[in-house]
Design a protein around this ligand. Structure first.
Ligand code: UT7
Length: 328
């Protein structure tokens, strides 16, 4: 198929009802609403209840996206679920979502790229659609991060939240949809944000669980600068590839890691506050779910109009980063 781009045809999002506020955290660790608000910008985050699992919210988000795209699940031929908190090791959460949706004609799989997972998914779906390998892709970012958070470690427990977001992509005319997409990683940063136990290197035992080796460990301070640099560079790359400038961007939706990271990247790019979307105060950092949740909130609020240029940028554990530029 010649001269088609991959466009977003429908979006959706879902999250648990449970809310963990800064006041709740003040009772659990030595922190304060003032510190969290000033240093990160978070006021509350969603927290799954016992028995709630990743695909539960992924399926809800996907159903919304499917309905809004006015497609039948049987039309989906590619299903990519970005997550670092899968329902189980085997099979993929993508396959579990596939069965739940009845998307029986899809090839389903998971993408493990932390906070950049959704943009990794968009980039792969874009290539598959432009080459004619796929005509209808479902890309999801879904996480229950709070199950991997150590609620005695104040440097991580104030940050992460749960949720899911989804998008249906299909062929659109070449001037619209994804104009440029780029993904990158650097494994030398692996131990800046990681979960040491629970895999084949440190298999799960009563001892690894008791010593919290399955919990996320983060050297947030060291990642901060890399995040700002990488997101800025990759945003410039996709803008340049599409032959536009930051002035042309209608809306910038970055991964919601830290309000200070968002502000620094936007300022370096020259995108003023009015064109930057932030929901970190309400959701915290939901890793791969953060961009699709934010995207759907913008669609629901009417903040994206046809022809708008939307810039997405992410950075996460791995390290991984990505940039996607869309003409809506
Ligand atoms: O999702 C994508 C990948 N992740 C990132 O991109 C994360 C990037 N990093 C960050 O967002 C920030 O580094 C954090 C929010 C994680 C931490 O903020 P920071 O301003 O970099 O704090 P810091 O780690 O440099 O710590 C400064 C101080 C320390 O105290 P001392 O040693 O100066 O006395 C920490 O112990 O703040 C202390 N601190 C806290 N104080 C109150 C750390 N966490 C807390 C807390 N409440 N929750």
């Amino acid at each position: 198929m010649a001269n088609v781009n991959a466009g977003v045809l429908g979006t959706g999002h879902a999250y648990p009802e449970g809310i963990l506020t800064n006041a709740d955290l003040e009772k659990m660790v030595d922190t304060s609403d003032e510190w969290i608000t000033k240093r990160v910008g978070i006021k509350q985050r969603r927290k799954a209840a016992p028995g709630e699992y990743t695909s539960l919210f992924a399926v809800r988000a996907a159903r919304q996206a499917i309905e809004r795209a006015r497609i039948d699940p049987s039309e989906i031929d590619l299903l990519l679920c970005a997550t670092v908190t899968p329902d189980q090791i085997l099979p993929s959460t993508g396959c579990l979502i596939q069965a739940e949706l009845g998307a029986n004609n899809a090839a389903a799989m998971d993408i493990v790229a932390a906070c950049s997972g959704f943009l990794y998914g968009l980039t792969l779906a874009d290539t598959m659609i432009r080459t004619g390998q796929s005509r209808c892709a479902l890309v999801i970012g879904a996480e229950i991060l709070t199950q991997y958070v150590d609620y005695t470690d104040r440097s991580t427990c104030v940050i992460f939240g749960d949720g899911a977001g989804a998008a249906i992509l299909g062929p659109v005319e070449a001037e619209r949809g994804i104009l440029a997409a780029r993904i990158k990683s650097d494994g030398r940063f692996a131990e800046q944000l990681y979960s040491p136990g629970g895999g084949t290197r440190v298999p799960p035992t009563a001892e690894t669980i008791a010593t919290g080796q399955h919990f996320f460990k983060m050297k947030g301070n060291e990642l901060f600068k890399v995040a700002v640099r990488s997101m800025t560079e990759i945003s410039r790359d996709v803008l340049e590839e599409a032959g536009v400038t930051a002035d042309d961007v209608s809306l910038f939706i970055p991964h919601q890691a830290n309000q200070r990271i968002t502000d620094a990247v936007a300022s370096k790019l020259g995108v003023d506050d009015a064109r930057v979307y932030s929901n970190i105060a309400m959701h915290g950092n939901t890793s791969s779910a953060s961009i699709p949740i934010a995207l759907d909130e913008c669609v629901e609020a009417g903040r994206i109009k046809p022809n708008d240029l939307v810039l997405l940028a992410s950075f996460g554990g791995g390290a991984t980063w990505g940039g996607v530029l869309l003409r809506w």
